[in-house]
Write a protein that binds this ligand. Structure first.
Ligand SMILES: O=P(O)(O)O[C@H]1O[C@H](CO)[C@@H](O)[C@H]1O
Ligand code: HPA
Length: 356
């Protein structure tokens, strides 16, 4: 078992190194660690002062340190991007994030070069069922793409900046378009299970609570300190997707609406769902919003959709079997993966043809 010791949030006062001091109580349980460990640790603190760092220490092995960044400096993201572009020999143009149970979006990729998250330096690992934990790079409908088969969620214990760090990796790999997909509960009473909601806006509940993937020092190489989020969801891509849905004969299952992300992992209470509905939210989940914010910050074009995997109970009189559960979410995603794959691949084809 690993002992996790998340040591401390760095305050601006730490920037006046080398005259920094650490209170002994803050070091618990480090004070029981060997001096060699503490020396190495201090060095790391000094070196990566602009990041918050979590150390994993294995007492079974002598001094085993795994650095896990909570905020990723530009250079570390650049290193990860180099690893992927050199390892795949490609600079992908379109990035795809597969939602729960929608990993098959990445299975469409031709001549795939697969990177297990565990083998990518400084990359987090997926811990949620239905998120395989691999990055797949290759071609789809003639376009170069990279797909995350497995995303990172706040409820897994990852800070938002870490959840959406792969979007910045995509950017430095050359990605211009982000396709973000998710499984979500339908709040809008017009939505049926299996419908697809094209996202045209979001309500960032985690943002209301003072949490943002862009918190902390801003690196202008990614984007501005205060990015605007009006028109985050590309209208042309939404319109093209509607046309494609018509051509596929599924227009009655397609909606355009507002998604909201809550922290999870619990599903929402009826009172929360009522409140979301009053705010104009159509579908609710636990992802995507921070990825979109990160993508817009670095000026990527965004297309996102929710697969409605369950109808949310918004009245106390609603049936008990309206309670959400992850098995149902996965089962519906599996049933609808064909339509989702076709929508995504046709849209990518349009983007590719338009830029050829
Ligand atoms: O948003 P994705 O990753 O598709 O997954 C959704 O499904 C899970 C809950 O069933 C949550 O993780 C929620 O966010
Ligand atoms: O009802 C839901 N709520 C939150 N997240 C979800 N992901 C799938 N369904 C849901």
């Amino acid at each position: 078992m690993y002992l996790f010791c998340s040591l401390w949030e760095f305050h601006s006062s730490f920037h006046c190194l080398p005259s920094w001091r650490v209170d002994k109580k803050d070091l618990w349980p480090v004070n029981m660690y060997p001096p060699k460990f503490i020396a190495v640790h201090s060095y790391i603190v000094y070196t990566f002062i602009s990041s918050k760092i979590t150390l994993q220490y294995s007492p079974k092995q002598d001094v085993k340190l795994i650095l896990v960044f909570d905020r990723y400096p530009y250079e570390v993201i650049e290193e990860i991007a180099d690893f992927i572009t050199k390892g795949s020999g490609m600079r992908p143009k379109i990035g795809i994030i597969c939602g729960s149970g929608l990993g098959s979006l990445a299975d469409m990729i031709q001549d795939p070069k697969i990177f297990e998250y565990e083998k990518i330096p400084n990359f987090p690992v997926s811990t949620v069922e239905g998120h395989a934990g691999r990055l797949v790079v290759g071609t789809l409908e003639g376009a170069t793409v990279m797909a995350m088969q497995g995303r990172f969620h706040f409820y897994e214990g990852y800070p938002l900046a870490k959840c959406s760090m792969p979007v910045r990796v995509m950017k430095l790999c050359g990605v211009e378009y982000l396709f973000a997909t998710n499984a979500a509960g339908g709040i809008n009473p017009r939505f049926a299970v299996g419908d697809i909601m094209l996202m045209h806006d979001h309500v960032n509940m985690l943002g209301f609570a003072g949490n943002s993937p862009l918190q902390g020092p801003n690196d202008p190489r990614f984007g501005p300190r205060f990015p605007a989020l009006v028109n985050s969801y590309n209208k042309d891509l939404i319109n093209k997707a509607i046309e494609i849905a018509k051509a596929m004969g599924i227009e009655s299952n397609i909606h355009v609406g507002v998604y909201s992300c809550l922290g999870g992992p619990n599903y929402e209470t009826i009172a929360e769902l009522k409140a979301l509905r009053m705010m104009g939210v159509d579908a609710v989940g636990m992802s995507t919003v921070h990825e979109v914010i990160t993508a817009r910050h670095c000026d990527m074009k965004v297309f996102a959709f929710s697969l409605i995997t369950n109808k949310c109970a918004t009245e106390y009189s609603d049936k008990k079997d309206d309670e959400a559960n992850h098995d149902e979410v996965m089962a519906v995603a599996k049933n609808r993966q064909k339509a989702c794959c076709e929508l995504v691949s046709r849209l990518i084809r349009e983007i590719h043809l338009a830029s050829a």
